[in-house]
Ligand binder design. Structure first.
Ligand code: GLA
Length: 380
């Protein structure tokens, strides 16, 4: 598909095709930028890149999703305010060059089926896809984790969104039929098999994440502020909430404002939930895994306050369905999607019931995707 679109656009066959998946996070929300633990899975929706080298230093890019073209010169890569969709590729290209990789002119066509602004990390998929594309086209031999970090840098510094590393990491290093357990402090990771008789069902609220960026920045700041206060109560220097135990948060309760107390409590408890959840996944105790997902939602809703009415409706509907093991909002929040773990034989009926219930409750249409965990773009 992407290869044909390339031929139609540039009149020749592509030399390289790569695909970078979107992701869903099973548990471990708003923990990555606190040096904590996450457990995402790459999904079977991806952004494809097709391209070939061309003489000189100009890169021409066509986005199938925006039906728009842009071009830039590798010797002078700047942000494009008009074709902002191209900035992910510009940023990745710029930082690869800065890292000493000499890129060449290229023609690129990219696009796919990761819904945008839905909390399924379409932008991380574009960044990681661009990194994988250059790596394959020019045989750069770059280290996958290094490329993941570079993709995140493009998002943070070039595009200007202060995200953690989870989304780029899973888009690069996800494995088919596995979740990925990542320690965001030292980037140690391992793949955890998902049981074949359990499905990941994603429900898209259709609510674009309007508040997501500004509120995300507020949460980041609140976490940092809480660390300073908790650290002083603990009487030793603590760099992040990762190093804080629930008892430390309780001990600092009177020194913290109510909001900071609840923010810190969410992060610290969520880290513990991830560690437990990984054990349950590894031992096949999916019911107990699902209960932790439910608890994570309550904490995101009440303590971290990043849910919204539509996400809560989707989750509450999910909790009532037969065959559901766990349900919660996923990603940054304020719209986007829920993630649900559902017994395979109940998955279709579950998806239909949630769509119908959502329509009845709010008059809104939800899309549902029954997902299979997929391979990242940077591993073979
Ligand atoms: C967004 C960010 C991630 C992570 C999640 C919340 O998806 O890009 O880095 O912080 O929100 O868990």
């Amino acid at each position: 598909m992407i290869a044909q679109l390339f031929e139609m656009t540039f009149g020749a066959a592509p030399e390289v095709i790569v695909r970078a998946p979107g992701r869903v996070n099973l548990i471990g929300e708003h923990t990555d930028y606190n040096d904590g633990f996450v457990l995402p899975a790459a999904i079977d929706r991806s952004i494809g890149f097709a391209g070939r080298k061309r003489a000189g230093r100009v890169v021409r890019v066509y986005s199938t999703d925006f039906d728009a073209s842009a071009e830039f010169n590798l010797d002078d890569i700047r942000k494009d305010t008009q074709n902002s969709w191209s900035n992910y590729i510009r940023g990745v290209s710029k930082y690869l060059e800065e890292d000493g990789h000499r890129l060449s002119g290229a023609d690129i066509v990219f696009g796919g089926d990761v819904p945008r602004e839905s909390g399924l990390s379409s932008s991380a998929a574009v960044e990681v896809g661009a990194a994988a594309f250059w790596n394959n086209l020019l045989h750069l031999g770059a280290d996958p984790v290094g490329l993941v970090k570079l993709a995140r840098k493009a998002e943070n510094q070039f595009v200007g969104v202060p995200c953690g590393i989870m989304d780029q990491f899973i888009s690069g290093l996800g494995r088919r039929d596995h979740a990925l357990f990542l320690d965001c402090r030292d980037l140690a990771y391992r793949h955890v098999p998902l049981r074949g008789d359990v499905k990941i069902v994603v429900c898209n609220s259709g609510v674009k994440r309007a508040l997501a960026q500004s509120e995300y920045e507020v949460r980041l700041k609140q976490c940092r502020e809480s660390v300073v206060i908790i650290s002083s109560v603990m009487g030793r220097e603590v760099k992040s909430l990762r190093e804080v135990e629930p008892s430390d948060v309780e001990a600092a309760r009177s020194a913290l404002s109510d909001v900071l107390y609840r923010r810190a409590r969410h992060v610290v408890m969520e880290n513990n939930r991830v560690l437990e959840a990984v054990k349950f996944l590894e031992s096949g105790e999916v019911e107990r895994f699902g209960q932790l997902m439910n608890a994570a939602h309550v904490s995101l809703r009440d303590d971290y306050e990043v849910s919204c009415k539509e996400l809560d409706v989707l989750v509450e509907l999910a909790w009532k369905q037969p065959g559901v093991l766990g349900a919660r909002m996923t990603g940054a929040g304020f719209g986007g999607c829920t993630v649900n773990l559902v017994r395979q034989d109940a998955a279709e009926a579950f998806a239909e019931a949630v769509r119908r219930g959502y329509q009845n409750a709010l008059g809104l249409k939800a899309e549902t995707y029954i997902c299979r965990a997929s391979q990242g773009a940077l591993i073979d």
